[in-house]
Design a protein around this ligand. Structure first.
Ligand code: ATP
Ligand code: MG
Length: 553
């Protein structure tokens, strides 16, 4: 697509420019550090475009690092999906994939170093007691009675923890910092805990696992990261990040910078909530086309270029904000308007019989109205065709530019037809519209100067292929479902509607995730899981126009 050419500028890039200009760094090294406990979502795309985009533009490096210190919640399925999504978004990580778990030996060594320096201790408070001792934002915390154990005792107990001799929750290793700090994260944070869990990378080698705040900064330093970019909720944690690196023997001092996370209206971005939607079968999976996941958007028909463009348009700042769904949609619409070939599909068919038409004819139509390079295709025109039910009325005023009983309309790329009479079933529903056609109107106006303004789409009833169309609406009924007490209760029961109709025969070979504009009905792509040449299934990526603005009125 026409991704806007100019390099984005933002406060992080300005910091990098300054660091390069001053000689603080001679090159840039970033990382994208997902925890493999779910599939990536559009918020992660913002972080990916930022981190990998910086590496690209500054000829630097960007690591993909799995922040995998929580074995119970993590899974190799997530690792694989994340790699796939990063590549699909158009990015390549530098060197080998990194895992925090690769550093478990070193992390353990640094924990021992802190103990030796009198900067870490094994605590035996229960989790509840620990919470109680921590104090509040307005009250300082209290020292644990185990805080002043000797170095020898701490080393011995930590060794027992490591050897599996201590039950989960009975002991943990805490950094000895400041129980009165105004920053809660500095009140002797836990840095190691006991977990008898099998890890997807290290198996059963470990039964103690390092905590995020201890692991993250050390992993950054071990990888030589220069700018460690994360979201704003880690602002306070920066103190702990720096404290750990200041107190261990390591010769790299990455700096952490925070930006505001992406929030998108009418959806949720927390992996815990997305996981709940999946496990409670409220959606069909992580890649349900209604999900804000990369895999869901891909299956829905979003291109990677449109997601990159979206990330460029929203920019990177420190202000919390919520982006309207229409901004995301306008990116894909702009892309597909230029790049998607046109085709015809009828979503709510009604039969038209052209009584004075004989044999089937093959018509040639352009694949794109403004781009001849996209070529032409052939479509069969036959005595019986389908049109949309809403494109016919028995009576209508002049504003209605479609087919009206006794009047004429043009079938797109074909002839002018006139509705002569209709047939109804017992309930009064129209079953067939009988028409005549003017054989002199293929590619030209009627010879006698009759004006036919309306053009409608159609599919040959004889040659058309039956197809299922999945039409999506927003997944939630409120702009900020995450703020609801029970976000599940705000799910939109009409977020998916399935209709059955017909598509032109050229779509038999429609490739999954390749988009089409179905004339007048929107942008669609074949579903990657359920569509087969025998049973076509199309997802509507987005409508032709922004209908959200209207809804909001
Ligand atoms: P969750 O809270 O849903 O578990 P997370 O932030 O813990 O999300 P990670 O896998 O740790 O998820 O995220 C990897 C990277 O992506 C982090 O650097 C994180 O800051 C960034 N990220 C996550 N969500 C967003 C978002 N909504 N907008 C921008 N960046 C995000
Ligand atoms: Mg996280």
């Amino acid at each position: 697509m026409s991704e806007s050419e100019a390099r984005p500028s933002n406060f992080i890039r300005q910091i990098i420019d300054a660091d390069l200009a001053s000689g603080k760094h001679s090159s840039v090294h970033t990382r994208f550090p997902p925890e493999p406990n779910g599939y990536l979502h559009i918020g992660h795309a913002k972080s990916i475009c930022l981190n990998f985009g910086i590496a690209q533009d500054y000829q630097g490096q960007c690591n993909l690092r799995f922040d995998d210190t929580n074995p119970e919640k993590e899974d190799i399925e997530y690792v694989e999906s994340i790699k796939n999504d990063v590549n699909w978004l158009g990015f390549e990580w530098s060197g080998e994939i990194c895992y925090s778990s690769n550093y478990f030996d070193k992390l353990h060594g640094f924990a021992v170093e802190l103990i030796n320096k009198g900067l870490a201790y094994v605590d035996e408070l229960s989790p509840e007691q620990m919470r109680e001792y921590r104090g509040t934002l307005t009250e300082p915390g209290k020292h644990s009675p185990y805080r002043d154990r000797s170095v020898e005792e701490n080393l011995a107990l930590f060794e027992q923890m490591k050897n599996g001799e201590i039950e989960e929750g009975k002991m943990c290793l805490r950094a000895k910092i400041d129980m009165a700090s105004p920053f809660m994260v500095m009140r002797d944070p836990v840095i190691y805990r006991v977990r008898f869990a099998t890890h997807h990378q290290t198996g059963d080698k470990w039964c103690i696992y390092p905590m995020y705040d201890f692991t993250h900064c050390i992993s950054d330093a071990l990888e030589g990261i220069t700018h460690s970019i994360c979201t704003l909720e880690f602002q306070d944690n920066r103190r702990l990040y720096d404290w750990v690196l200041d107190n261990i023997t390591i010769d790299c001092q990455p700096r952490q910078y925070e930006f505001s996370r992406l929030n998108l209206e009418y959806t949720v971005m927390s992996k815990r909530k997305l996981n709940q939607l999946v496990t409670e079968n409220l959606v069909s999976g992580w890649d349900d086309p209604r999900m804000p996941t990369i895999s869901g958007l891909r299956r829905r028909g979003f291109t990677s270029a449109s997601i990159r463009e979206f990330c460029k348009r929203i920019g990177v700042t420190k202000q919390d904000n919520t982006i309207e769904m229409s901004s995301l949609e306008s990116c894909i619409r702009d892309d597909l308007n230029t790049n998607a070939p046109r085709a015809m599909a009828v979503l709510d068919p009604i039969k038209v019989v052209i009584e004075n038409f004989g044999d089937t004819e093959t018509l040639t139509v352009a694949n794109h109205p403004n781009n001849p390079e996209m070529g032409e295709r052939q479509i069969p025109f036959s005595r019986e065709v389908y049109i949309e039910r809403e494109d016919f009325r028995e009576e209508a005023n002049k504003k209605y530019k479609r087919l009206v009983l006794g009047k004429e309309v043009r079938l797109r790329g074909a002839y002018v037809i006139k509705a002569e009479r209709i047939e109804k079933d017992a309930e009064g529903n129209i079953t067939t519209i009988y028409c005549t056609y003017d054989s002199e109107t293929l590619g030209k106006n009627p010879a006698d100067g009759r004006k036919v303004k309306g053009v409608i789409h159609w599919v040959s009833a004889e040659a058309g292929l039956p197809a299922e169309f999945r039409l999506y609406d927003r997944l939630f009924t409120v702009p900020n479902p995450g703020a609801a007490d029970d976000f599940v209760s705000t799910i939109n029961p009409e977020s998916l509607s399935v209709v059955k109709g017909f598509v032109e025969p050229a779509l038999k070979e429609a490739v999954a995730e390749r988009a089409f504009q179905f004339e007048r009905t929107g942008y669609f792509c074949a579903d990657s899981k359920d569509s087969t040449p025998e049973q076509l299934v199309f997802n509507r990526t987005v409508g032709l126009r922004d209908t959200w603005a209207k809804i909001a009125d």
